[in-house]
Design a protein around this ligand. Sequence first.
Ligand SMILES: NC(=O)C1=CN([C@@H]2O[C@H](COP(=O)(O)OP(=O)(O)OC[C@H]3O[C@@H](n4cnc5c(N)ncnc54)[C@H](O)[C@@H]3O)[C@@H](O)[C@H]2O)C=CC1
Ligand SMILES: O=C(O)[C@H]1O[C@H](OP(=O)(O)OP(=O)(O)OC[C@H]2O[C@@H](n3ccc(=O)[nH]c3=O)[C@H](O)[C@@H]2O)[C@H](O)[C@@H](O)[C@@H]1O
Length: 450
Amino acid sequence: MELAVVGAGYVGLVTSVCLSEIGHHVTCIELDKSKVDKLKKGISPIYEPGLTELMMKNVNLGRLSFTTNYLEGFKNKDVIYIAVGTPENEDGSANLSYVDDVAKIIAKNVKRDAIVVTKSTVPVGTNNRIQTIINNHKPSYISIEVVSNPEFLREGSAIYDSFHGDRIVIGANSEKAAKLIEEINKPFNIPIYITGIRSAEMIKYASNAFLATKISFINEIANICERVDADVEQVAYGMGLDHRIGSHFLNAGIGYGGSCFPKDTKALIQIAGNVAYDFELLQGVVNVNKKQQRILLDKLYDRFGNLKGKKIALLGLAFKPNTDDMREAPSISISSELVKAGAIVYAYDPIAIDNAKQILDSSIHFVYNIEQAIGGADAALILTEWDEIKNMDFNLINTMKYPLLIDGRNCIKLKDIKPYQIEYHSIGRSSVKNIKSNNSEVVCQVGESK
Ligand SMILES: NC(=O)C1=CN([C@@H]2O[C@H](COP(=O)(O)OP(=O)(O)OC[C@H]3O[C@@H](n4cnc5c(N)ncnc54)[C@H](O)[C@@H]3O)[C@@H](O)[C@H]2O)C=CC1
Ligand SMILES: O=C(O)[C@H]1O[C@H](OP(=O)(O)OP(=O)(O)OC[C@H]2O[C@@H](n3ccc(=O)[nH]c3=O)[C@H](O)[C@@H]2O)[C@H](O)[C@@H](O)[C@@H]1O
């Protein structure tokens, strides 16, 4: 089928590439000329494993192209996807200005009947609003129907998720429109669930809110585990054996970040508030997450009292591994607090370093390997569990001024760290203190560990 996708961000670009991979002809339209220039040269503006290769394959097969021109992009298209951002307003609600703009642009530039599919995450009622905007601006002889098709991919595994997702949700007002979108998606071979438009919009927010709830829940359990000498990994594993609970999204750490959980949880609280419903549980999830992002700082203050002049190494800056995305990454609040406290901050990330430089404090020393980050440091904090970081050579710890490693992602196994001269803390697990004192005695304390 002939498809257009508006927006070449994490969702728009991945959607364009994957829809072309299953045989459709896709034109991806992006406002930002510098992104389109890169894409035309075969360079992806985002880091996403496997994306560039699949993109180039489909460009070379003549199934995928990029433009900044709407008239060209919409020409002869049966379906137009909206994949622009819906960032957070100051009050936590979703900013719909980009979506509204695209609705008007579609109405003014289409030359034939089409289906408009909303991939962007939008509050309940927004697809109706898009339909109204389009109806008010399109020529009367053209017919356009809006369909909701929320996206569930994760950054860092977006291509894999697009081909192995658990479900595709299609919310439509007419059976004809629903069937057309179902037809487009059939080659993905993923279960398709057709619903009403409002339910589809709600499924997206409820899913993200539920996953965020699991994370805040296990983080609180981890905090209690630390106090009662239990091990959160063992607890999460034991909980996850119950299929009603499930083992996913029970990794304790420094809280969720990213472009979606933080904004979508707050937007759902607003959606509830708009109908005079106080979503107390979700507000708790948001509050716990905010507190959890501070937990490594609390551990540092407990250890040093004062951080002035201490050299602190940050290992990993992106909000999760395998992405260059820094949006709402815990590293933002943690580094800012460290700088305020007078610490000398060294930061390393294998991929997100350039994006990090744009947004983190300019006094931070950005370095290009783990060695440079931790050499001479008073403490090192693991903020993102990149493979390179969790598999680091622990002998490097010897180059630190004091061998204090605080793992905010529980990504190092306690048994692997035990043989080293180190003081190691993590989240909801026992600490390892294995430091040679001056008279060469080894102090080794390991609690209930695996
Ligand atoms: N990032 C993710 O992993 C996921 C995001 N979503 C949702 O998908 C939507 C998009 O998110 P991202 O891709 O992360 O955003 P993004 O910010 O990475 O990309 C949005 C792109 O749209 C472009 N754009 C804005 N207005 C435009 C216009 N009028 N014409 C053409 N292009 C325009 C921007 O320049 C930008 O490149 C959001 O609603 C988000 O909540 C849903 C699932 C996963
Ligand atoms: O709407 C969205 O944008 C997307 O949001 C999340 O995807 P994403 O934010 O890319 O990444 P996740 O793997 O979900 O991780 C989000 C955050 O939670 C944290 N997390 C995740 C899992 C866990 O057990 N513990 C935990 O702290 C991660 O470190 C990360 O900071 C959802 O998983 C996707 O289904 C959804 O499409």
